[in-house]
Design a protein around this ligand. Sequence first.
Ligand SMILES: NC(=O)c1ccc[n+]([C@@H]2O[C@H](COP(=O)([O-])OP(=O)(O)OC[C@H]3O[C@@H](n4cnc5c(N)ncnc54)[C@H](O)[C@@H]3O)[C@@H](O)[C@H]2O)c1
Length: 374
Amino acid sequence: MKVGVPTEIKSDEYRVALTPAGVRELVLHEHSVVVQAGAGEGSGIADADYVSQGAEILPDADAVFAAADMIVKVKEPQPVEVARLEPRHTLFTYLHLAPDPELTQGLVASGATCIAYETVEDDRGRLPLLAPMSEVAGKIATQAGAFMLEKPLGGRGILLGGVPGVAAANVMVIGGGVVGMNAAFIAIGMEATVYVYDRNIDRLRELDIAFGGRADTCYASTLDIEKRLPDVDLVIGAVLVHGAKAPYVIRREQLKLMKRGAVIVDVSIDQGGCFETSRPTTHSDPTYEVDGVTHYCVANMPGAVPITSTYALTNATLPYVLHLADAGVERASRENPGLAKGVNVVDGKCTYAPVAEATGQEYTELFDALGAAA
Ligand SMILES: NC(=O)c1ccc[n+]([C@@H]2O[C@H](COP(=O)([O-])OP(=O)(O)OC[C@H]3O[C@@H](n4cnc5c(N)ncnc54)[C@H](O)[C@@H]3O)[C@@H](O)[C@H]2O)c1
């Protein structure tokens, strides 16, 4: 199979979907790899590093899409990339389709097979291709929140960890999964007072043990969240219902309960956002204010630290890339049911139920769609 790696074009995105180590593995499996000139630059990887492992460098994205059977990317395809997709292509990348009916329709219309990193599951129902970026985003969330609390940036002007004789800031994390746990660990490390909310009691049990008494775990009822809002300086939103649009955990009318200059970081923005007042922002212009509360809603937070994120992501994706290249989508999906859960679109049909439901597409069972495409 010929695997193609285009340069990421989303705003302030510096990651790349394959490293030279990935090229080496694919070539050892007798596949070929084409990489767009400069695709690795943002992550400190030169074209020559890819060539030395057997890749061919092509001048632009058009050439990569024309040459390759499988396109591996990082962020969801932008309109110009959707226009390049053909039925013969397999696209493997983050898609986040549930909050984006337009992109879903574009991918359905392309006829391509589109596999979403974020809905691939492991044998325990976890999300192995989301987890590494959630670890990064969780850590950035607290860093960014601490920074935005500084007065010159519009924040309240409170230091997360306080100092002897002056209390620490209160940090509320809603959603105690991978993002939430990592955000909490950084907040604990910065000596803030930390509360982590989730609706999964088994998860709260695990967190309680992991935190060893250094953060409080709380059940995420609407009332209990609301009661805490007047006291908090930083709220990090990190909820996820697999594949679905994020539920709102803070409504517009609840913002007025918060202190002026408090900060909310909506990490769930890639699934539509978990605060009613959230809208996607970029690293170049990361915040806006509603009712005196700073909102930070960058949809590609890990893109800011590509030297970490590219390697964390590709360590996780490479075994799946190899499996897809070796076996093709249908056999790989039969051999690995967790990978099958990643297949969102096949041959003009939506094959992932939560996305079909959220975007108004008709749902087709995956193997029916793959059988029809064969
Ligand atoms: N903005 C970015 O750059 C970026 C990067 C990585 C991940 N993310 C996003 O962050 C979100 C969280 O990812 P994750 O890997 O931590 O997911 P996860 O599945 O590990 O954790 C989500 C947690 O949310 C909890 N939850 C669900 N509904 C809830 C509710 N109503 N109230 C409280 N808790 C609730 C679940 O029980 C679970 O523990 C996802 O939307 C993911 O796509 C964004």
